[in-house]
Design a protein around this ligand. Structure first.
Ligand code: MG
Length: 283
C-alpha cells in the first residue's frame, strides 16, 4: 500500500467513524406527541370499502343521492339518466373510490362518446369519457381536470370494461372576505395508474368560461354528470381524511442515554426546505 493510499484509507475510516457516532450515539427526537392512528380494516380488495368508508353505492339503490329517481339501478350497477345525481352527504378533504364503464356499444366520437364526470364539491370535475381510441382535446379526455390539465397518461380500458378512479382530494380554503386562502389539489389513479399528482386546480371547471374560485363552504357533495350517454357506475365510497394529529410538546432534541441536547434553531433551519420554494421538475 502506498503512503497516499494509506492516508486515504485512514481518512475514510475516520469519516465513517464520525458518521456512525452521529447515527448511533444520539437519537433524534422531534418533540411531537402523536395521537395513535385509528385502526381500520381494509376491504377484501382495493375496490371494496375499508371499515371507515361511507358507502354511497353498494349495488342496491340510489337512496344516498338526490335525483336518484331519474337514474337507473340494474344488475347491481347505476346507469346514468336524466340530470346529474348529487350525494346527500357532503365532504371536504377526502379519498373517493368510484368505478365506471363507458357503453360497450360505441356511439359518437370525441366528447359525445361515453361522457360523464365526477364532480368534487359539486364544482370541480374530473372527466369521465370513453378515451379508448377516441381523440378529443387532451384537457377534456378521461382523467382530465376539465379544461385545466390532461391526465399524465391515458390508462383507459376498452368500452364496456370497468375503470376505477381513486381520488385524493384537498378542498380549497377561503378567507372570511371570500378571497382564496389555499387552492384545491387532486391526486388521482386511473386503474391503479397515477394520472394526476397533487395537481393544483385553478378554480372550478365550466365549459364556457375560465376557471374561477368562488367562496363556498368547507364541504360539498359528490356529483355525477348526465351528458346524455348511458355510462355505468358501481362501488362508490368516500373516506373523509385529515392529517395525523400531534402536538409539539417540547423542542426537538438529541438523546444519548440520559443526556439530552436541544437542537439549535440554526441547525433545524438547515434541515428545513424554505417555505414556498418551488420544487423544479426533473426532466
Ligand atoms: Mg364530462
Amino acid at each position: 500500500m502506498t503512503i497516499r493510499n494509506l492516508l486515504a484509507s485512514v481518512a475514510f475510516s475516520m469519516a465513517t467513524f464520525s458518521l456512525n457516532a452521529w447515527n448511533h450515539a444520539e437519537e433524534y427526537l422531534n418533540g411531537i406527541q402523536w395521537e395513535k392512528p385509528a385502526i381500520i380494516t381494509p376491504g377484501e380488495s382495493d375496490s371494496q370499502p375499508p371499515s371507515d368508508a361511507i358507502v354511497l353505492f353498494n349495488g342496491q339503490d340510489l337512496n344516498n343521492w338526490k335525483n336518484g329517481e331519474n337514474w337507473t339501478v340494474k344488475d347491481g350497477v347505476i346507469f346514468a339518466g336524466k340530470g346529474p345525481i348529487t350525494s346527500q352527504e357532503e365532504f371536504g378533504d377526502c379519498q373517493l373510490h368510484i368505478e365506471w364503464s363507458a357503453p360497450s356499444e360505441v356511439k359518437g366520437d370525441g366528447q359525445g362518446r361515453g361522457n360523464s364526470g365526477v364532480f368534487l364539491m359539486g364544482k370541480y370535475e374530473i372527466q369521465v369519457l370513453d378515451s379508448y381510441d377516441n381523440e378529443t382535446y387532451y384537457d377534456g379526455q378521461a382523467g382530465a381536470i376539465y379544461k385545466q390539465t390532461p391526465p399524465m397518461v391515458n390508462a383507459m380500458r376498452k368500452p364496456g370494461e370497468w375503470n376505477s378512479y381513486d381520488i385524493i382530494w384537498t378542498a380549497p380554503r377561503f378567507n372570511e372576505d371570500g378571497s382564496l386562502k389555499s387552492p384545491a389539489y387532486m391526486t388521482a389513479l386511473h386503474n391503479g395508474v397515477v394520472i394526476l399528482n397533487h395537481f393544483e386546480l385553478k378554480g372550478d371547471t365550466p365549459f364556457n368560461r375560465p376557471p374561477a374560485y368562488n367562496m363556498h363552504g368547507e364541504t360539498g357533495p359528490i356529483s355525477l354528470q348526465d351528458h346524455g350517454n348511458p355510462v355505468r357506475f358501481r362501488n362508490i365510497w368516500v373516506r373523509p381524511i385529515k392529517p395525523a394529529q400531534g402536538e409539539q410538546v417540547r423542542a426537538p432534541f438529541l438523546r444519548d442515554g440520559d443526556k439530552e441536547t436541544p437542537i439549535q434553531q440554526q441547525e433545524l433551519k438547515k434541515l428545513e426546505r424554505p417555505k414556498n420554494q418551488a420544487v423544479e421538475p426533473i426532466q
